[in-house]
Write a protein that binds this ligand. Sequence first.
Ligand SMILES: Cc1ncc(C[n+]2csc(CCOP(=O)(O)OP(=O)(O)O)c2C)c(N)n1
Ligand SMILES: [Mg+2]
Length: 679
Amino acid sequence: MALALNNKATIIGSLLALSAGKASYSLIQMKRDSTRINENQEKHGGKLVANTFKAHGITHVFTLTGGHISPILVECERSGINVIDTRHEVTAVYAADAMARLTGKCGVALVTSGPGLTNTITAVENAHLAESPLLLISGAAPLVQHNRGALQDIDHAGLMKTVCKYSKKVFTVRDIVPEIRKAIKIALSGVPGPVFLEIPYDVLYSYEHVKQALVPSATLSRFPITNISLWRRQYQLFDIFHNAWDGSYSYDDFNDKYYAPIQPDIPHYSNCQFKKAVNLIANAKKPILVLGSQVMLPPVQPEELKEAVLKLNMPTFMSGMARGLLSDKETEQTNKNIQFRFVRKQALKEADLIIIAGLPVDFRISFGRGFNPKAKIIAVNRSVDALNMNTDIYWKPTVKVHSDCGIFLNDLSKSEKVTSREFSAEFCANLRKLELEEKDKLAKKVAEAQNVESIGKVNPLVFLSKLNEKIEQARVREQKDIIIVADGGDFIGTAAKFVWPTKPLQWLDPGLFGTLGVGGGFALAAKLVANENKRNCDVWLLYGDGTAGYSIAEVDTFVRHKLQVNICIGNDSCWAQVCRQQKPLFDGSEVACPLEDRHYEVVGAGYGGKGILIGSCKPEEGETPDKKNEETNFTSYVIEQKLTEFFDMKNNFSNRPMIMNVMIDGGSIEKFRKTAKYI
Ligand SMILES: Cc1ncc(C[n+]2csc(CCOP(=O)(O)OP(=O)(O)O)c2C)c(N)n1
Ligand SMILES: [Mg+2]
């Protein structure tokens, strides 16, 4: 029915078009334009896409292949762009997201039409909420077959509208380059985020191929009316390729200005906002600085921002991508240890000035509920929505600064009035005391755990503190950078207490969306960025066991691309974080939470990685129990030995992913998480 209507509409439309003198595209014009299309032309849209990527400095694209996007993939490879193929489209987008976070450039993912695209939705929304700029391109059914039952013919651009800043279908070859340039500009402007372009098959492939494959010439009928559909298809074909290669730009040279990036729009504070902020800081005795992911966005580089924050010289709390901006060691050496991790709640309660930059006042900071009601507040954000979030209930900014955070903080740090202010030494000393007490409490918990027998299962606190020690040793001894990717529930929340980055851009987690499954893609991008910059860098991927299931197949991707990612799975055979919260509320029900002991190290090895098991794993039916592991007391000494074995193996297989399946005692984590105050 829809088809019949459509055909009817087509016929009427074509008749109108033909009869109206002002028709956008008449037969005469079509005839004239056809001379501009060289029918033996092998030029195609994929090359234009690759050229535009090159011009934008894109070094990697992530994908899972499909015939609809072959022209782009082939041309990217020919142009020297690394084409990284994954085992799930969602991974390709997570990787593009992480690439953007780590490099400040727009990440790129390419997927095929239909299910290739629908598989990405979670990752696109994750990037949307994490304010991460990425360009996703999907293929699409040919325009000339639209609504005629072609494979995967859905409204891709319509589907992506709600999760993207910009979502558009590209209808002609001449629109490819302008649309990509515009989309990337939008992704990087204002509050960064994902953008989407749908490029149909007949816009990407060569004219010759499209004509032969999709619009074969048919014999004209004696009855003109029956020729209208045929003419319409030819009209479509001409329109797609009209002015495609008109000689106004170079097809071969990506340096042609036709492909060049468009400068993004970055919000900048006003003089009035700046002056107000300076005065508030100059008069504050107990100021604190709270930094979120957005502060890491370009144009200010991390090192420059770090210097600015050190000059601002006030107790500083970092979350998201800002973690690691300051390192304890450096700040201790310069006698300016302004980094705090454990006492944000107390600091927010006692501060007389709170500068909150690049972090929306959302659940991650208790919606602003715990802010000292008498404190002055300077809120800095690229998003107007973020500056207003929850201001009707829990907090009120004294000054709202709509600006890039790095630029604002950098400029503040140059103000004499700000840097020469007097602050309360007592306030800082008190916070430091509380911070050290919290650290001591953690150390005590580990010490207590060390004294408890741990037969068969590994105590997670002892394990994590040992793992951290080992990573630290490698960091210092081998002068390694360490990037940590966190993906999971309670095990990861606990790990975050022990493992902490010491440099900026070395910690990756999902962010606001709380998305299990980011691990494989994030770790993939992290290792590629490190290799690209020739850094001596270990990437650690910390998984909960449940979460490992989402992306463990990417071990295969790491193997194929010769990337060593060190995977550590905290295996409590449970979706523990949910279980812990569900049980007390629902009369002890654990429904849907338990998992089984599984040999993830064997799964990883099956994909070509190298794996070891630490702790005992219940045997499958018919398997002989591993008595040795079951009876071992996993003291810190034994854990240390196992970790040494892992590190030795990892050094011997420098290009292979490593998997450590750690059978942890879930009860200990449950107790720790229940009693830990600031998680
Ligand atoms: C995609 C997705 N699905 C489900 C959840 C809900 N969820 C939050 S934590 C969690 C448990 C994670 O289990 P695991 O990875 O084993 O870590 P554990 O808590 O056991 O340490 C679940 C299912 C989520 N956040 N994201
Ligand atoms: Mg678990």
